[in-house]
Design a protein around this ligand. Structure first.
Ligand code: GLN
Length: 484
C-alpha cells in the first residue's frame, strides 16, 4: 500500500476495510523493504507499534471515531518517544533511551495514533540536506542520488515513500518545509507556541517548533487537532484559535483572497524553472478569484546572517549539556575536564562543533552587543516587515528553495552554500509566523513546493487555504516510483 492520504486510512479503518494491526504490519513491511535504499529510519520497535495497533483496534470496535485512531506516525529522532532511543542524528547521544513521551507524542498516543519508527535527521537538526547525520545520509525517494532536504530528512522521506501518512519533524529555520518541497509532501511550521516543545531536544529555543508532515493540508490538520493546546510543561505554548475546525477541515473560498508576493523573493538566485512552476500555481489561484499583489519584505536580505547569529548563539548554550556525565556517550578518563572535552570532541560532528564555536564567539564579552544583540534588533525589523505586509494581504506566497533537490555531496564542501539553501524559510521562523509548504508541481521529475505564510495564529486559515489549493491540483497525490 503506497502513500495514500491519512483521510483514506481513516476511512478504511472506520469502515472495517482494514484493521489497525493489518495496516501497521503492512506499513512495517514496506518500511523494512525500502529502508536499505532510503535510510530514513533510525529505529523501529515492532512490539510497541503492534501493541498500540491492537489497542486502536479495540477502540475502533467499540465505535470510537477519533481522527488519529490507528494512524501510523513516524517521529523525528529529536522528539522523545518513551521506550525508544533519541539519537538526534549524533554519536554523542550514545545509547540514550527516552524515559518519557514528549507532550505531542503523549497526545497522539492518547488519541490512538501508532508510533511506528524514529526518523533520521541532520545532527541536532542542523542542516538543510539530510547529509549531516552520524547515522548516514537519507536519500530522496524521487531520486536516490539526491538529498531529501533537511534537517527533518527521514520524517519527510518516510511520508513521501509511504511508510506512514503522518510524521513529525522540527522546524527551526525551515527543516520541515524545505524537505517537504524536495520530496513532494505537505508540512506546516505552526505559529511559535502552537505545539508544545516539552520533550523535544532544544537546538535554538527561540526558533524551534515541531512541524507536522503529511500528504495534504487536511491530513496535517487532523493530527494538529489532537496535539495543539496549552501545555503546563511549556510556558511558551498557546491555545490555537479555531482549533475546533481542524478535525474536519474544509477548503476555504479563494475568491477575494489577497495573496502577497514579496518582490525580494522572486529575483536572482531562484531557478527559472522553479519560478515557472510557482507562477503557474499562483495563476491557478488567481483564476479562482484570488488577487495576487506585490508586497515588500525589505529586511529579508539580512535574514540568513540574522538567523545564523541567533541560531549558533542558542546552539552553543543548549549543547553545553552534552558533557557525558549523566547520559549519552562518554569517553572515560581519570580527569573530569578531560572526560568532558574528549566526549565532546569525539561525540559531536563537524557542523555541531562549527556552530558551538561560532555561537560562543557571538556571545563572548565585547562581541555580544556587536553580533547577538544586533541580530535580535534585525529580527524585530524582519517581524515588522511582515506586520506591514499583512495590513495589505491575507497571506504571503514565496518559493521554498531556489532549486529542486540537489545531488548528494554537492554542497557539503561549503557550509555557507548549505546555509543559503534556507534563504526562503528562515524569515518566518525569525518572525514566529505559521508557514505551510505544499507541492506545486514538478521540474524534470522532481517535486517543487510553494510556501504560504500567514499572520500569527492564522494556522487554521492557512491550512484551509492549502486545502483549497489541493482541491484544484493533484501534485500532492503524485508518488515516487519505488517499485524496484
Ligand atoms: N537548515 C537550517 C539550519 O541548519 C534549519 C534547520 C532547522 O530548521 N532545524 O539551522
Amino acid at each position: 500500500m503506497v502513500a495514500t492520504t491519512l483521510l483514506d486510512w481513516q476511512t478504511k479503518l472506520r469502515t472495517g476495510g482494514l484493521t489497525a494491526t493489518e495496516a501497521i504490519t503492512t506499513a512495517l513491511d514496506r518500511l523494512e523493504r525500502l529502508e536499505p535504499r532510503l535510510n530514513a529510519i533510525t529505529q523501529v520497535n515492532r512490539d510497541l507499534a503492534l501493541s498500540a495497533a491492537r489497542a486502536a483496534d479495540e477502540r475502533l470496535l467499540r465505535g470510537d471515531r477519533g481522527c488519529m485512531l490507528g494512524i501510523p506516525v513516524v517521529v523525528k529522532d529529536n522528539i522523545n518517544l518513551k521506550g525508544m532511543g533519541s539519537s538526534q542524528g549524533s554519536a554523542i547521544s550514545g545509547s540514550y533511551q527516552s524515559p518519557y513521551n514528549a507532550t505531542v507524542i503523549q497526545r497522539l498516543v492518547d488519541a490512538g495514533a501508532v508510533p511506528l519508527a524514529k526518523a533520521n535527521m541532520d545532527e541536532f537538526a542542523m542542516g538543510s540536506s539530510g547529509e549531516y547525520s552520524a547515522l548516514g545520509v537519507t536519500r530522496n525517494p524521487w531520486d536516490n542520488s539526491r538529498v531529501p532536504g533537511g534537517s527533518s530528512s527521514g520524517a519527510v522521506a518516510a511520508v513521501s515513500a509511504g511508510y506512514a501518512p503522518y510524521s513529525l519533524g522540527t522546524d527551526t529555520g525551515g527543516s520541515v518545509r524545505l524537505p517537504a518541497g524536495f520530496c513532494g509532501v505537505s508540512a506546516l511550521r505552526p505559529t511559535y507556541g502552537v505545539l508544545s516543545r516539552y520533550g523535544v531536544m532544544a537546538m535554538a529555543s527561540s526558533l524551534d517548533q515541531i512541524g507536522p508532515i503529511a500528504v495534504s493540508a487536511k491530513d496535517i490538520a487532523a493530527g494538529l487537532s489532537v496535539m495543539t493546546g496549552r501545555d503546563p510543561h511549556d510556558s511558551t505554548s498557546l491555545d490555537l484559535p479555531d482549533a475546533s475546525r481542524l478535525p474536519e477541515l474544509q477548503a476555504s473560498k479563494l475568491k477575494g483572497l489577497r495573496i502577497g508576493l514579496p518582490k525580494e523573493y522572486f529575483t536572482e538566485g531562484l531557478s527559472p524553472a522553479v519560478k515557472d512552476v510557482l507562477e503557474t500555481a499562483l495563476g491557478r489561484l488567481a483564476s479562482e478569484g484570488a488577487e495576487v499583489v506585490e508586497v515588500s519584505l525589505p529586511h529579508s536580505r539580512f535574514a540568513i546572517d540574522t538567523y545564523y547569529l541567533i541560531n549558533t548563539s542558542e546552539v552553543s548554550s543548549n549543547l553545553s549539556r552534552f558533557d557525558g556525565v549523566r547520559f549519552g556517550a562518554r569517553k572515560a578518563s581519570e580527569d573530569l575536564h578531560r572526560m568532558i572535552s574528549q566526549t565532546r570532541d569525539e561525540g559531536f560532528g563537524s557542523e555541531a562543533k562549527r556552530r558551538i564555536l561560532l555561537g560562543a564567539f557571538c556571545l563572548s564579552k565585547g562581541y555580544y552587543e556587536a553580533f547577538y544583540l544586533k541580530a535580535l534588533k534585525v529580527r524585530t525589523l524582519i517581524t515588522r516587515d511582515f506586520q506591514e505586509a499583512f495590513k495589505k494581504v491575507d497571506v504571503i506566497a514565496t518559493p521554498l528553495s531556489p532549486s529542486t533537490a540537489f545531488p548528494i555531496g554537492s554542497k557539503t564542501a561549503s557550509p555557507l552554500e548549505m546555509y543559503l539553501a534556507d534563504v526562503f524559510t528562515v524569515t518566518m521562523a525569525l518572525a514566529a509566523l505559521p508557514a505551510l509548504a505544499i507541492p506545486a508541481g514538478f521540474v524534470e521529475g522532481l517535486p517543487v513546493g510553494i510556501q504560504f505564510v500567514g499572520p500569527s495564529l492564522s494556522d487554521v486559515r492557512l491550512l484551509e487555504m492549502g486545502a483549497a489549493f489541493q482541491e484544484l491540483t493533484d501534485h500532492h497525490l503524485q508518488q515516487p516510483n519505488l517499485d524496484f
